[in-house]
Design a protein around this ligand. Structure first.
Ligand code: GAP
Length: 445
């Protein structure tokens, strides 16, 4: 089980070393809970998002895409319940002047004595818990005073509800059907922990699936299974995944039932994604606050109802972190320790590395030709720097599933060595048809 060798320190250090993810604003000392994604991080992120879109709108035909605004009319958040209820309970310590989430005290460090939890030391002096809204506020208008207060969206879901009527018309849909969206959301999280697991700004992949009310339970079951299987199909060991139903006290204000897909992170089982039965809460709220009718009217029978909503809501960063943790492995190769990311080929930032064995004797010229033909079909990388073993290991660390080496024999018979990252098997394959041969190995089952 590769997962047993991984620690958060190893993941954070690999991400920084290879430029996947690193703290934002570092030259100014960083900014809490905020990270930047470098070259390989961007590629991996795009592949995760691409696979999500594929599962929603390519592999099925009952879901349409949307990209709604981040800043919506402020009434949105009144109707959704976020203004009143999207809060975390916080306590302040009068001694160390730090602020803590009251429901996370057992996992946090005291501001003065990190070996203790806040409140445990005799000198800790915690206030009563107070509710603190997680939405970031800003102002529309040239001056702050007199401008309109608006909010950065804390979830992408509400934009979907606001556009329900539009989509119903232009996409000529009838429940059951879904509207999917990927985009940034923002929450004023104060607890800094676990790298990109909880950040101030993060991307969500959310889909609202509108169903006739009496079909809600069936579709809730359907989406729990679909979403669990998506992670497993893309390489996460099913033993490291579980579905955990929320206790009634844990449910969000809008939900009658929610289950989380959880992953066994190095810091313990934690939420990757929530699948919620939101009932008709959102459409009814927005109908009431806007005065618009948000319902489905069957043009044939005239039947009319407010659809219920099943929502799978996933985080891009958290999924990435889980894919990386599960793919992380170490082994020994030729007496040296190797770090390898055994990412599913569909997620790997680079699909194939093209490596001339020597920097002379015609190797680079043929390697460039192979590289030019492969990059038309997939993300490829050309690398001629350093000993071949070191170049393989660089690619192993970023999860490149295949490496192609051009040597003397390649010049004679137009074949190359194809090395498999996981099995380390090396086979001789023809340059002609190489792209097709590789693409066949990337398919998601
Ligand atoms: N529309 C429902 C909703 O937003 P949520 O459980 O609050 O539900 C859905 O968020 C997913 O978004 C989470 O399962 C998680 O993957 C991701 N997410 C939420 N808050 C996050 C944060 N502060 N940092 C990173 N990801 C976050």
């Amino acid at each position: 089980m590769p997962n047993d060798v991984v620690t958060m320190d190893k993941i954070v250090s690999l991400c920084k070393r290879r430029g996947f993810i690193f703290p934002a604003s570092e030259i100014y000392g960083g900014i809490a809970n905020t990270y930047d994604y470098g070259h390989y991080g961007v590629l991996l992120k795009q592949n995760v998002i691409g696979q999500w879109w594929k599962s929603m709108i390519q592999d099925r035909d009952d879901v349409v895409a949307l990209d709604s605004a981040i800043i919506q009319h402020p009434k949105t958040w009144e109707a959704s319940g976020h203004l009143a209820g999207f809060t975390d309970p916080l306590v302040d310590c009068r001694t160390c002047k730090q602020r803590f989430r009251a429901d996370h005290l057992a996992e946090l460090e005291c501001g003065r004595r990190p070996s203790k939890h806040p409140g445990e030391d005799a000198q800790c002096d915690l206030t009563e818990a107070r509710d603190f809204n997680l939405m970031f506020e800003t102002t529309i208008g040239p001056v702050k005073e007199g401008g309109t207060t608006v909010y950065l969206r804390p979830e992408t879901a509400q934009g979907i509800f606001l556009d329900f009527k539009q989509v119903l018309q232009f996409a000529r849909r009838k429940p059951p059907f879904g509207i999917a969206q990927v985009g940034k959301s923002f929450r004023n999280e104060i607890t800094a922990r676990n790298f990109i697991f909880r950040t101030l700004e993060f991307e969500q992949m959310e889909m609202e699936y509108f169903v006739p009310p009496d079909e809600a339970d069936r579709w809730y079951e359907h989406w729990m299974k679909e979403r669990f299987d998506w992670y497993a199909r893309l390489g996460i060991d099913a033993e490291h995944l579980r579905l955990r139903p929320h206790d009634p006290g844990e449910l969000s204000h809008y939900s009658s039932a929610t289950s989380d897909v959880e992953y066994r992170f190095p810091f313990g089982w934690s939420e990757l994604e929530g699948i919620a039965n939101r009932g008709d809460f959102d459409l009814r709220q927005h109908a009431q606050h806007s005065g618009e009718k948000l319902e489905f009217v069957d043009p044939q029978g005239g039947e009319r109802y407010v659809p219920h909503v099943i929502e799978p809501a996933a985080g891009v960063g958290r999924s990435m972190l889980a894919f990386m943790c599960d793919a992380y492995d170490e082994d020994e190769l030729g007496g040296e320790r190797r770090t390898v990311l055994r990412l599913h080929p569909a997620l790997a930032p680079v699909k194939v590395a093209v490596l001339p064995l020597l920097r002379k004797d015609g190797h680079p010229e043929l390697a460039r030709e192979v590289y030019a033909s492969l990059r038309r079909h997939m993300k490829a990388e050309y690398d001629d720097g350093g000993a071949i073993g070191r170049r393989y290991r660089r690619q192993d660390e970023i999860g490149t599933p295949f490496a192609v080496t051009i040597d003397h024999q390649s010049l004679e018979d137009r074949t190359v060595t194809l090395r498999d990252r996981d099995t380390l098997a090396q086979e001789r394959v023809a340059i002609d048809g190489l792209a097709r041969a590789l693409q066949d190995r990337f398919a998601v089952e």
